[in-house]
Design a binder for this molecule. Sequence first.
Ligand code: TTP
Ligand code: CA
Length: 370
Amino acid sequence: MGPDPHKTSPRIILHLDMDSFYASVEMQKRPEIRGKPVVIGADPKNGKGRGVVATCSYEARAFGIRSAMPISQAFSLCPHAVFLPPDFSLYARTSSEIMTCLRGYGFPFQQVSIDEAFLDLSPLGSFSAAGGLAREIKTSIRIATGLYCSVGVAPTKIVAKIASEFQKPDGLTIVEEGQAASFLAPLPVRKIPGIGKKSEQELNSIGIRNIGDLAEYDVQRLITGFGHGGVALHEIALGIDESEVKERDGVKSVSRETTFEQDTDDLATLVVVMDTLVKDVHRDLVGGELRFRTLTVKIRYEGFVTKTRAKTLMHYTDSKRMLRSSAQDLLRILWGGSRIRLIGLRVSSLEKNDACQTTLDSSGSQEPFS
Ligand code: TTP
Ligand code: CA
């Protein structure tokens, strides 16, 4: 019997996500901290530090530490962990190395964050061939960088992304055509990208806990509760997602922010800190061979009230002088004189040179905190 002429070949999408990325890069660089709980983020200052955890090693996760947790809480959960400030340029370089390697396979490619990307492996024609290539990719990245990653292979981007998280770290999960809905059904709705705590609670409150509950739920009722998003959610639950793997243009923004040790209303301090942010953002811009047109200054006051103000220049520029004067102007316009907890600077509308999308936050020196 020959091939069925009516059967279309399946879409085969691969999603790759590096394991505990910043922490793993640090552990690769410093063999003496391998196997230990390692926390990347703000200085814990013996439990009195401000700011948050960027990420941590899986050994630190065993103590309950997670990304975005206050660093003081991380310190109380595991005071003997190795606490390190982030070294963004090292992570950006490692990311480019990984992305160049992935792009080199010649399939449609899309980077989605500093440590995540999709490849469209449909031309391979079968999930078994795609699984073989996924193993090869994992090995190549491991050899090139010493780092582990987790990979999902599935008929859609969303299912591939959920699959890459399914067996972390060093995972490989293959969901073949026709298996998407049954793979998703037992997973909690929170596993759907974009469903945060609030949406999860709303879904739970109408009896939807797992993705299978969502798939079986009446679409009209979902629309009543969630508007147009209800239809999209229902389709995701059924494993339907036509979105394509598309290379995007370049880095979207570069940003830095600083949380003050103590809230301040001293203009001289604000000016000095803004100058440091300017210097760091500018270094990343130049390092990435980028020019910007829009800059945004952010201020967070006591009590977490946050304000931003943006300015778009007439022309793209990489002038540090221009960045500094515009940032200082915006700071003065935005600041009402109250005490400030945090200030941030972001540049966007970037002119591309190198096709990689990265968002960098915060700053710090590169010595371990002691
Ligand atoms: P993630 O891929 O979310 O996390 P991860 O790679 O550290 O761990 P996992 O094994 O679960 O994938 O984020 C990638 C990097 O982005 C992470 O190493 C640090 C940074 N990041 C932050 O700075 N703050 C955050 O809140 C999160 C979630 C990530
Ligand atoms: Ca990751």
